[in-house]
Design a protein around this ligand. Structure first.
Ligand SMILES: [Fe+2]
Ligand SMILES: [Fe+2]
Length: 256
């Protein structure tokens, strides 16, 4: 298997941070997991940029999606840099990546909007909430500065999707909203499966864990659900999408 090896790039941007012995192993595992995830997101935006170009979206928007791909790659390196700073190695098996769906049952534009909803409005909005909370629990310093850099990019990735939704919502007729609603149920189910898999509840945190970005899985799960129910669903409803119904339907979907 081809390993994701970010050691050289990561070592060049290592922050000056310390970690106590009882926290070290968990901190390394946490940041290595993030490294894999962030790096994997790069391919998602590359594919989105390609789909947007084919669907005839403005070149400046396509360009933005491509830049997001580069940012995600850099986030992977930054997370790898933390792994290295804590005494680990920025090497891991890569994320198993499925191709972004083409949604051939609808127009190219609507297909892009489905993926934008899933990537930016759902996943990236959740990332903003989770990283934002984690960042607030970290003391000032190089690690928090690194996380702030990632956080501000994720805000951009999320806003990109919400801006596109705002732009396109007026053109959706009742049937389009219905179709997008059906798709959202599946997107919510995938989002939840993905997030819960990455937020394990491992019991009480060792002293100083939050200072180095190791968060309580139970708290993070609560924040995840609150973000979906209190922020994402109402915002989508505001654009005329049956998001509440979609969210309820997602609870009954069993993913393979
Ligand atoms: Fe990222
Ligand atoms: Fe992102």
């Amino acid at each position: 298997m081809n390993l994701l090896d970010l050691r050289a790039d990561a070592r060049a941007v290592m922050p000056h941070v310390n970690v106590s012995e009882p926290v070290r192993a968990r901190a390394i595992a946490t940041w290595r997991g993030r490294m894999i995830n962030e790096h994997g997101s790069s391919r998602v935006f590359d594919q989105l940029a390609r789909q947007m170009a084919l669907a005839g979206f403005e070149s400046s928007l396509v360009q933005q999606a491509s830049e997001f791909a580069a940012e995600e790659k850099h986030h992977g390196v930054l997370c790898g840099a933390v792994v290295e700073a804590f005494g680990g190695e920025a090497v891991a098996p890569p994320r198993v990546e499925h191709d972004l769906p083409e949604h051939e049952d609808v127009s190219r534009i609507e297909a892009v909007m489905r993926n934008v909803l899933s990537i930016s409005c759902l996943s990236e909005s959740v990332a903003v909430a989770l990283i934002g909370a984690e960042r607030l629990r970290m003391p000032e310093g190089e690690l928090r500065a690194l996380l702030t850099r990632i956080y501000s990019d994720e805000v951009g990735h999320s806003r990109f999707g919400w801006a596109l939704v705002a732009q396109h919502a007026g053109s959706w007729d009742a049937a389009a909203k219905e179709r997008l609603g059906k798709y959202l149920a599946l997107a919510f189910a995938h989002l939840e499966a993905h997030e819960l898999a990455h937020l394990p509840v491992l019991g009480p945190l060792p002293e100083g864990a939050e200072d180095v970005g190791v968060c309580d899985g139970g708290e993070a799960r609560k924040l995840f659900f609150a973000t979906v129910r209190e922020v994402i669903v109402p915002a989508l409803e505001g654009y005329g999408l049956p998001a509440e119904r979609a969210y309820q339907a997602s609870r009954r979907i069993v993913l393979q």
